[in-house]
Design a protein around this ligand. Structure first.
Ligand code: DX5
Ligand code: ZN
Length: 222
């Protein structure tokens, strides 16, 4: 079903020029990005530190595409409201970031955002078997989270297939997103496995603004 459809492309601003972040966000939107992927890291859940709600808030008025906020922080619960208030449309959490995933997902919806679950390479699909009704987005990491520019892990393709089947069984249109090492070479394999959305940092931002439209088209398979 999804193999012929074009994927949504969500550029990860982790690979943007941080000194010109606003212009970069505008440039990828103009180049055809569907969502803006924002990687939030705390130096504790993952070994890197990036940005917080104030940066999301500053970027929000500059573009109109949805903000796909990927929280790599622990705990996440105390910050959900702040990210929503800053303009996050999707807020995704890792199950390992807190003791009560179900409660966290409900809290994300309660603050008015769509609730996403992120799978580390070692996280099994069954983690969400009993909470498919609470999930609005599924994000499969095809690298270990923390840094851009890593190599895509083929082992995650079977997990994407399994999650595709779990989503299809719900009858709901839950986006299935892949994050990490997504390039024009690995993208078609993700789509064939059932992905409907692709995060890409390096593959979108390489070459600077004049290359963004071609980079996004190449990922989408235009
Ligand atoms: C890493 C982030 C990714 C990262 C992807 O923890 O979640 O979104 O930016 O970067 P690339 O596309 O370069 O692998
Ligand atoms: Zn991410």
């Amino acid at each position: 079903m999804s193999s012929a459809a074009k994927p949504l492309i969500a550029p990860s601003i982790l690979a943007a020029d941080f000194a010109r972040l606003g212009e970069e966000a505008r440039a990828v939107e103009a180049a055809g990005a569907d969502w803006l992927h924002v990687d939030v890291m705390d130096g504790h859940f993952v070994p890197n530190i990036t940005i917080g709600p104030d940066v999301v808030k500053a970027l929000r008025p500059l573009v109109s595409i949805p903000f796909d906020v990927h929280l790599m922080i622990s705990p996440a619960d105390p910050y959900l409201e702040a990210f929503r208030a800053a303009g996050a449309d999707y807020i995704s959490v890792h199950p390992e970031a807190g003791p009560h995933l179900n409660r966290t997902l409900k809290q994300i919806r309660n603050v008015g955002a769509k609730a996403g679950v992120v799978f580390n390479p070692s996280t099994p699909p069954e983690t969400i078997e009993w909470m498919m009704d609470e999930v609005d987005l599924i994000l499969v990491m095809s690298i270990n989270p923390g840094f851009g520019g890593q190599v895509f892990m083929d082992s995650q393709l079977a997990k994407i297939e399994r999650l595709r089947a779990m989503i299809d069984a719900t009858g709901r249109d839950i986006p299935l997103e892949v994050d990490g090492g997504v390039t024009p070479l690995t993208a078609p394999r993700c789509i064939a496995a059932g992905a409907t959305a692709l995060v890409a940092g390096t593959a979108v931002f390489k070459g600077g603004p004049s290359a963004y439209a071609a980079n996004i088209s190449a990922l989408r398979g235009d």
